[in-house]
Ligand binder design. Structure first.
Ligand SMILES: Cc1cc2nc3c(=O)[nH]c(=O)nc-3n(C[C@H](O)[C@H](O)[C@H](O)COP(=O)(O)OP(=O)(O)OC[C@H]3O[C@@H](n4cnc5c(N)ncnc54)[C@H](O)[C@@H]3O)c2cc1C
Length: 620
């Protein structure tokens, strides 16, 4: 009954506008009207749009939601005709979902720990007090993980009281350009916080491009946990994450020069439970994140077939974006608006191009090419048949790195594809392995080889490594050409905080103070440290937390009086500074790895990672 009353209130109340929600007076209303204004802003979390089971229980907590239906179809932004109103009312109404911002730490994942003086400080304080001396300053503020959400910043909705649901200014619309790893992670993190957004992706549907390659999740595991995804045990990344336990380094004849990992150290059982690393196909990880978004019925928040051409200042503030729309019978341009814009559009980012310009930090060719392939795992070799071993082999110039891509019985669409093609490979169904071959090449030759296509790339791989130790020849030979690709390797110099924030200062070009970048758009790096996607995920979670601080409607006791535009700028500046500080070292180390992995250092004797082996050589 109570829930019905709440529900009808929600339907009938007008939403608060952005300026209204920030107006301090709103927090000084009587208790009843304050409650009404609070729950009115909860509407977007769609209490009204959901069955009564999601509404408050008599105890005032939100009942545990039923498992939502999964949607398997690709989402489209509209019916394919007309402008498709991506930022329509519908796209702005998220829904309850399974997680919401933690009401204790307000999605930060950490809280201020109680300031405690050490014994020495206490004595100094007492001494100063007794003797009438100036009192020593209080101990510095320290943060500790929020116990309520175990530091993730989100809580299952089932245990959150209705008046603690995230309340976000209503006339906000985040434009996210790019539905890759970073863009989708940001979308999901915004959804948890009830922040309205639309993702604009140039591909016309989720599966437009093939599986790509495999990723190793390291620090990004923390970000995935903050997105509500399990990173340990059998549930690791919805059961798709593979935890490697052995790393081996060889010379081309098979001589082992290094070995490490839990299996090697005999700590397999003890440590597995808490280790958060995982190997996963990029497209699988993307799908897992995308499915979480879909579970929340948010299909209208992803605008497929929208390629950003440029952005300019919006007529009423914010940003105006021009897209080339490709999923309509006649390709055409459309214009959309957003309160703020995030470029998550990868290494060739159009947002970066607009904001910073190519001339400020152009592409840097890192002197090598990578050729990638995905093949059924050879069952005859202990390096590939346990789905738990990563191995690399190098001759001082050319390097091949191989890692589990899919477990036995969990093959991606690729295995089916081989079967469809009538292949008689007996390894089909034994799991899949991704290999990555790299070697130095001039930029022109690398571009040429890449442009020649899969047959030439595979031929090059066989020519270089066809007589290396087992199972390399079999692995390369059995890779279907459809699953071979190759690219010259580039990065960009990391930008100073100030240049990143200000953008280009060319006359007539809008620098976009409400525009920021994440992932490869912000700090592209070589793939040799396996860090790009990890950093993109960390960026996405950090940005969503930052935006929540900007757009969150605060309660009576947290009344703040700040200009929202200035607040956005300040918080973006803080976010960018923190992101660039974290990723700077990764860009540098990834560029260095692009060099040393193609030297004798890659096969230095030692049961340590290759980075550590190189450091040890330098110390000698
Ligand atoms: C071979 C290889 C191996 C790698 N291995 C690892 C690894 O082990 N671990 C790791 O952490 N990282 C790894 N990386 C790096 C990682 O893949 C990237 O850093 C990561 O995907 C970046 O995510 P992103 O969201 O920033 O960009 P992307 O995932 O590239 O997504 C960008 C999206 O934007 C879209 N887009 C582009 N332009 C526009 C436009 N104008 N309008 C609209 N949409 C647009 C694209 O279609 C795409 O969907 C590897 C990379 C390579 C090449």
């Amino acid at each position: 009954m109570k829930s019905r009353v709440v529900s009808s209130l929600l339907i009938s109340l007008p939403r608060l506008s952005y300026s209204q929600t920030f107006a301090p007076t709103i927090f000084r209303r009587s208790t009843t009207s304050a409650f009404v204004s609070q729950i009115s802003t909860c509407k977007r979390i769609s209490i009204t749009d959901k069955p009564m089971s999601l509404l408050s229980s008599p105890s005032g907590t939100v009942a545990k939601p039923q498992p939502p239906k999964r949607h398997c179809t690709s989402t489209t932004h509209d019916d394919g005709y007309g402008d498709g109103d991506g930022d329509s009312e519908q796209s702005r109404t998220g829904n309850s979902g399974l997680f919401v911002a933690c009401p204790v730490c307000h999605s930060e994942g950490q809280v201020i720990s109680r300031r405690r003086r050490t014994k020495k400080q206490k004595r100094a304080y007492q001494n100063a007090k007794n003797n009438g001396l100036p009192l020593p300053p209080p101990p510095p503020i320290q943060m500790e993980p929020c116990k309520e959400c175990s530091g993730s910043g989100i809580r299952p909705i089932g245990s959150v009281k209705i008046d603690q649901l995230p309340r976000v200014a209503d006339d906000v619309q985040i434009g996210i350009i790019g539905g890759g790893i970073g863009g989708l992670a940001l979308a999901l993190a915004c959804q948890h916080r009830n922040i309205p957004y639309t993702v604009y992706e140039r591909d016309s549907c989720f599966d437009e491009r093939s599986q790509g390659y495999g990723l190793t999740m390291q620090q990004g595991g923390k970000a995935l946990q903050a997105l509500g995804l399990a990173m340990t045990g059998d549930e690791r990344l919805c059961g798709k994450g593979i935890h490697s336990k052995r790393h081996i380094v060889h010379k081309p004849d098979g001589t082992q020069v290094g070995e490490w990992g839990m299996k090697v150290w005999g700590r397999e059982k003890k440590e597995e439970a808490k280790r958060q690393n995982a190997h996963i196909a990029r497209q699988e990880l993307r799908r897992i994140i995308y499915n979480q978004i879909e579970e929340r019925d948010n299909e209208n928040c992803i605008a497929w077939g929208h390629k950003l051409l440029e952005y300019t200042k919006g007529d009423d503030g914010g940003v105006k974006m021009t897209f080339l729309k490709s999923n309509v019978p006649a390709v055409k341009q459309v214009v959309k608006e957003a309160t703020m814009l995030v470029g998550a559009d990868g290494i060739r980012s159009a947002v970066r191009q607009n904001k910073i310009g190519e001339h400020v930090s152009p592409f840097r060719y890192l002197g090598c090419i990578v050729i990638l392939g995905i093949a059924p795992s050879p069952s005859s070799s202990s390096l590939t048949n346990d789905n738990e071993t990563v191995f690399q082999t190098a001759d001082g110039t050319t390097r091949l790195y191989a890692m589990p891509f899919a477990r036995k019985g969990q093959e991606t669409a690729n295995a089916l594809q081989y079967l469809k093609n009538g292949s008689e490979n007996s390894n089909i169904g034994q799991g899949e392995t991704m290999w990555q071959l790299s070697f130095p090449l001039t930029e022109n030759d690398a571009k040429k080889l890449s442009a020649e296509g899969a047959a030439s790339l595979k031929q090059e791989a066989l020519q270089r490594c066809g007589n290396w130790h087992s199972p390399i020849p079999e692995l390369l030979g059995s890779t279907p050409e459809e699953l071979v690709s190759g690219y010259p390797v580039y990065d960009r110099g990391i930008l100073d905080d100030d240049v990143f924030r200000r953008g280009c200062v060319k006359e007539g070009v809008y620098n976009g103070s409400e525009v920021t970048l994440i992932g490869d758009a912000a700090h592209p790096m070589s793939p040799f440290k396996g860090q790009g996607a990890n950093q993109a995920l960390l960026d996405a979670v950090l940005l969503a937390r930052s935006l929540y601080q900007v757009y969150r409607v605060r309660g009576d006791n947290e009344n703040i009086k700040r200009d929202p535009e200035k607040l956005l700028e300040d918080i973006l500046e803080e976010f960018e500074s923190s992101m660039l500080k974290r990723s700077k070292g990764k860009v540098k180390a990834s560029a260095e790895a692009a060099k040393f992995l193609h030297t004798e250092a890659a096969i230095a004797e030692g049961n340590v990672t290759r980075g550590a082996a190189v450091a040890a050589l330098k110390d000698k």
